[in-house]
Design a protein around this ligand. Structure first.
Ligand SMILES: [Zn+2]
Ligand SMILES: [Zn+2]
Length: 283
């Protein structure tokens, strides 16, 4: 509402534009341009995938929260890389430190709802995530495949991760990868699956079907999206819901979901299939 009021004010100023000194006109036109560009940018209700200096982000949790408030997010989740991410995973000790920060910031910034979890790593064909035995301490669950995460054993790493990196996966391998996702979706109460097909080929249609059954959403990631048009059509046929997240690694990118929005528009995903544009993913 406040933004609308500002726009109306700007339009009223425009009507009086010939009465203003030229330097003010220049300033006004610049301000108008910025406002118009901001207007085009979609701000979601919540951003549920962001990183901080506790993993490989460059901004602190408080900087991220302040940016989230500044751009008008109602909900924000801090989701540093899971515990088995080789170089950037948050340690469980630091996760507890971060939890105390979250509790403090919830009191300091009551205007925004703050969630605390990790971006969990798929560990292998079992479908297990690297959040055991801490999963009860996470506010909600999300997962993705990261080639930099360690697996259940070296043999699992060779067959599950390394073979995805070195070889063009066979159809059989793609089905095995898919099975790992299906087991994971079945095992955990996931809110959404992160950046599907990033570093691992899977059968998107089968995963979308499982997501629909379990009420799990599929992320349109703010940094990378790999779906083909056929896969988008298959997902829509299944009736799966989507979530747009920034995957911000710096505070300036918190709430920046434009890649997901643009992808949806160019690939025929109705915006009402994106559940976090106007409401919480928990509603
Ligand atoms: Zn990721
Ligand atoms: Zn991420």
């Amino acid at each position: 509402m406040k933004k609308n009021k500002e726009i109306i004010t700007m339009k009223e100023n425009n009507n009086n534009i010939d009465k203003l000194p030229s330097e003010n006109v220049d300033k006004l036109s610049i301000e108008n341009k910025v406002t118009n560009e901001e207007e085009k940018r979609v701000i979601p209700y919540g951003d549920y995938h962001t990183h901080t200096t506790f993993s490989d982000g460059v901004s602190t949790l408080e900087e991220n929260i302040q940016q989230a408030i500044k751009i008008g997010l109602k909900e924000y989740a801090v989701t540093d890389h899971g515990f088995k991410h080789r170089w950037s995973g948050i340690t469980f000790a630091n996760f507890q430190v971060q939890r105390r920060q979250v509790e403090l910031f919830r009191e300091k910034y009551p205007q925004i709802k703050i969630y605390h979890t990790v971006e969990a790593n798929l560990m292998g064909y079992s479908g297990l995530l690297d959040i055991e035995p801490y999963k009860d301490q996470l506010d909600f669950l999300q997962m993705g495949f990261h080639k930099t995460a360690s697996n259940e054993s070296f043999l699992t790493w060779l067959s599950f991760t390394a073979s995805n990196l070195i070889f063009r996966p066979s159809e059989k391998k793609i089905q095995k990868n898919t099975l790992a996702y299906l087991r994971c979706i079945d095992r955990y109460n996931l809110q959404f699956v992160n950046h599907l097909k990033y570093g691992i080929l899977v059968d998107v249609k089968e995963i979308a079907k499982a997501c629909v059954e379990r009420g799990t959403k599929i992320e349109l990631n703010g940094k990378r999206i790999f779906f083909t048009q056929q896969e988008v059509d298959d997902m829509l046929d299944c009736g799966v819901d989507f979530v747009v997240n920034s995957d911000a690694h710096s505070s300036e990118r918190v709430g920046d979901v434009q890649l997901g929005i643009d992808f949806a528009k160019t690939h025929g995903i109705p915006l009402d299939k994106i559940v976090n544009l106007n409401k919480s993913i928990f509603d």
